[in-house]
Write a protein that binds this ligand. Structure first.
Ligand SMILES: Nc1nc2c(c(=O)[nH]1)N[C@H]1C(S)=C(S)[C@@H](COP(=O)(O)OP(=O)(O)OC[C@H]3O[C@@H](n4cnc5c(=O)[nH]c(N)nc54)[C@H](O)[C@@H]3O)O[C@H]1N2
Ligand SMILES: Nc1nc2c(c(=O)[nH]1)N[C@H]1C(S)=C(S)[C@@H](COP(=O)(O)OP(=O)(O)OC[C@H]3O[C@@H](n4cnc5c(=O)[nH]c(N)nc54)[C@H](O)[C@@H]3O)O[C@H]1N2
Ligand code: SF4
Ligand SMILES: [Mo]
Length: 700
């Protein structure tokens, strides 16, 4: 027997980007474990990826190219050869491109975060074809935009410093589920005497384990941050020297914060004024004592109308109290801006000969249903889906389904499994998993460049995304040298090796060692130097004014909330959020039995006061609905959901739910204040007991 160990990287859309060690025995991956030497992975993987081999060898892996034989959505396919598949796709796309190349749309996100299997060869192909561009907004754009206006780039506190903080505010994050290796650091900080505070409408797994939990209403975080500023300024819990040297617009901010006394903030957030005051004092007084105070700001805050402004407002707090002076102080939203990723080399934008329109992936529901018009451009005639599952994860799912049902739409899906989206494909292509292909990765929660070596040969006839686009390019006669680069050559282009942060990045050595830390200072803004236009932390942002926003922190009410939209709330009184379930990764892993087993079936958490009003008992099947649609889940009566809030942990495959639907039936396509991002957690619904017919499907 031959045994080897291969260095790999977790490909999932998770801030932790773990270093993996794959044991391969006679060509079979027998164990996937965390690299004990990698400082943030520290030998530990989450339950999902500890089962990555189970996912790779899953009996339902797609192993051959297939052509649809049933109706769209029915999921009936017949096996075809690669030659036929590539030939048919090239012919269909070629015919469309001859008339209207922009009628072709790629639809992809972060099924893999790999720089190679993500947007490299695929983007070269779509650039050369002249296809529409895709605005990849579905996750992080609201916050990234708000943070950029304030701090300058997605750069913040290093994960490896948090254990030394004395106060950690976990703001809109559930790290036990979604950022495990941050949670390890937070627990270490706790052991060393730190206080942990969670700000979350839901008593998540994480909130439950913090010293304190502030359960505000969804979408009201900016009001809380403004109330904190009011107290910090009023009680002079400020770092005057840091403010004078490294911030812009303090006087204007002071005037704005004066409008937000704790009572007003509390009323907006649905909490008590005492909570606002105590939080501000806790934060300001610890900083005043010279202790590092840190905020882990996460995605939960962003998925509402004012998501960008909320992040921007919270991101002002560390500068006010001088928290950036400490390596363990400040705020981390994402570390992705620290990486000198070389997207121009990977994507070769010069292959595109004509400028193209951009389609927002968040509004794919509406956009697939639009006809040609001067404003919109040509109707979408072909969609190539890879690294994404739009039928399950995009908002206003009823519309998304209608769009993909269009008979005149040509759909290609590259996948590991027959997902909800795969059911709508005309041609379904088998893609390799991370164990079967090469990649290079950045991270958005730590500061290591990462390498992924292929551990095993591709399963069945599966091919890497890159190879599929290389074959398509060749069949369509694209003969630029960029279409002949191997995956190894692409990986070698992943980072700018001349950038000082990448310390002479060299793919050959990264491949061997598995990971390499960026060259970054421990406390990035201890002496200011913010990458904003002014070089300061911008309390006042001229760029925001220019872009049509309030240049100062402000509160933007949700589209749908009982407080700000009482009329809608009469019909639909409950706020619904749908954050990730611990055992799924977005909609990935839902089909891995052992993990689905842990989540059991789609649940709706509802507060006892709200369930009693509706005559709903624990364990009843309920229908959750609004004007956009409805879905069925099993009620879990619990005070984990604050009154007025219901929570449906996500993202379920629709076809594995009793009614073939999921939470995104009721979410809307409305966009955030900035970044053109989705508003998944800005949704009002009503809940009622499900009709018996809906209950009877329960055991499907
Ligand atoms: N296990 C697991 N891990 C994951 C994922 C997964 O699906 N499963 N997904 C990955 C991806 S793509 C992402 S983007 C991240 C997301 O992970 P996080 O950044 O943790 O974000 P969410 O899980 O969306 O929300 C976190 C918490 O915010 C709360 N929340 C909801 N609305 C609000 C609000 O308005 N204000 C505040 N303060 N809190 C609110 C939710 O109740 C939830 O407990 O996780 C990644 N990691
Ligand atoms: N209601 C609600 N909806 C949400 C969210 C929410 O919190 N609530 N979260 C949103 C967020 S934060 C995000 S990031 C999006 C995520 O949405 P997506 O990025 O679409 O993520 P997944 O649902 O995991 O789907 C990724 C698919 O890519 C496939 N895949 C993985 N690796 C490869 C590969 O190498 N090649 C190919 N061809 N395919 C591959 C996987 O099998 C999987 O089916 O969902 C969003 N939707
Ligand atoms: S999903 Fe996140 S925590 Fe789990 S192995 Fe991957 S990077 Fe690590
Ligand atoms: Mo995400």
């Amino acid at each position: 027997m031959t045994t080897k160990q291969v260095r790999a990287t977790c490909p999932h859309d998770c801030p932790d980007t773990c270093a993996l060690l794959i044991t391969v025995e006679d060509g079979i991956a027998t164990q996937v474990k965390g690299d004990p030497d990698h400082p943030t992975t520290a030998g530990v993987l989450c339950t999902k990826v500890a089962r990555y081999a189970e996912r790779t060898y899953h009996p339902e892996r797609l192993l051959y190219p297939m052509r649809r034989v049933g109706k769209k959505g029915e999921g009936k396919f017949e096996r075809i050869s690669w030659d036929e598949a590539i030939g048919e796709i090239a012919a269909r796309l070629g015919a469309i491109a001859a008339r209207a190349p922009q009628a072709i749309l790629p639809y992809s996100y972060c099924g893999t975060m790999g720089l190679v299997q993500g947007e490299s060869m695929s983007t070269r192909f779509f650039n050369r074809l002249g296809a529409s561009l895709l605005d990849r907004t579905i996750c992080a754009m609201a916050g990234a935009t708000g943070y950029k206006y304030t701090i300058g780039a997605s750069v913040g506190t290093d994960l490896e410093q948090f254990q030394d903080a004395k106060l950690i505010i976990i703001w809109g994050g559930n790290p036990i589920a979604s950022n495990l290796h941050f949670w390890t650091r937070a627990q270490e900080a706790k052991r060393r005497g730190a206080k942990l505070i969670a700000i979350d409408p839901y008593r998540s797994l994480t909130a439950e384990k913090c010293h304190q939990h502030i359960a505000l209403l969804p979408g009201t975080d900016a009001a809380l941050a403004l109330g904190m500023m009011h107290v910090l300024i009023g009680e002079n819990l400020l770092d005057d020297d840091y403010i004078a040297r490294h911030t812009l617009g303090f006087e204007q901010l002071k005037a704005r914060a004066a409008e937000w006394n704790p009572e007003r903030a509390a009323e907006t957030c649905g909490i008590s004024a005492a909570e606002v005051v105590a939080l501000a004092r806790e934060y300001g007084q610890a900083a005043r004592r010279g202790e590092p105070v840190a905020i882990r700001l996460n995605y939960g805050v962003q998925r509402v109308r004012g998501g960008g402004m909320s992040v921007r407002t919270i991101a002002c707090l560390p500068a006010l109290v001088g928290a950036w002076r400490h390596a363990a102080g400040g705020v981390q939203l994402s570390s992705s801006g620290s990486f000198p990723a070389n997207r121009i080399a990977l994507q070769l934008p010069d292959l595109r000969k004509q400028p193209a329109r951009t389609i927002n992936m968040t509004t794919i529901g509406d956009d697939l249903l639009r006809e040609s018009s001067p404003a919109f451009g040509p109707q979408i005639e072909a969609v190539i889906v890879y690294n994404a599952n739009p039928l399950a994860i995009a908002p206003d799912s009823g519309k998304v389904m209608q769009g993909f049902l269009r008979d005149d739409l040509f759909t290609v899906v590259l996948e590991h499994f027959q997902t909800d989206s795969a059911d709508y494909a005309d041609i379904l292509l088998p893609a390799t998993t991370q164990l079967e292909h090469v990649d290079a990765h950045l991270a958005y929660g730590h500061l290591y460049m990462m390498a992924n070596n292929a551990a095993i040969a591709p399963m069945g006839e599966a091919k890497p995304n890159t190879e599929i686009f290389r074959l398509l390019a060749a069949r369509m006669g694209f003969d630029e040298p960029g279409f002949r680069h191997s995956d190894d050559e692409l990986a070698a282009q992943a980072f700018d090796s001349k950038d000082a942060r990448a310390v002479h990045f060299d793919w050959e050595s990264l491949k061997q060692r598995g990971w390499q830390k960026l060259n970054m200072p421990d406390a990035p803004f201890a002496n200011g130097g913010f990458p904003t236009p002014s070089g300061k932390c911008e309390f006042y942002s001229a760029a925001m004014l220019h872009d049509g926003h309030d240049p100062l922190p402000t509160y933007t009410a949700p589209y749908e909330s009982a407080f700000d939209n009482p009329e809608l709330a009469r019909k639909y009184p409950l706020a619904m959020i749908s954050p990730p379930a611990r055992n799924f990764l977005n909609s990935s892993f839902v089909n891995v039995k052992s993990l689905r087993g842990s989540e059991d079936q789609p649940y709706l958490d509802i507060h006892p006061a709200d369930s009693a009003q509706r005559d709903v008992a624990h364990g009843d099947m309920v229908r959750i609905f609004n004007d956009r649609g409805s879905f069925v889940a099993k009620a879990r009566v619990t005070d984990k959901a604050r009154p007025g809030l219901v929570v449906g942990l996500s993202v379920w495959w629709k076809k594995l739910a009793s009614d073939g639907k999921n939470v995104n039936e009721v979410t809307s396509q409305r966009l955030t204040d900035m970044g053109r991002a989705p508003t998944f957690y800005d949704t009002l619904v009503q809940v009622e007991k499900a009709a018996p017919a809906e209950e009877s499907h329960e055991t499907v």
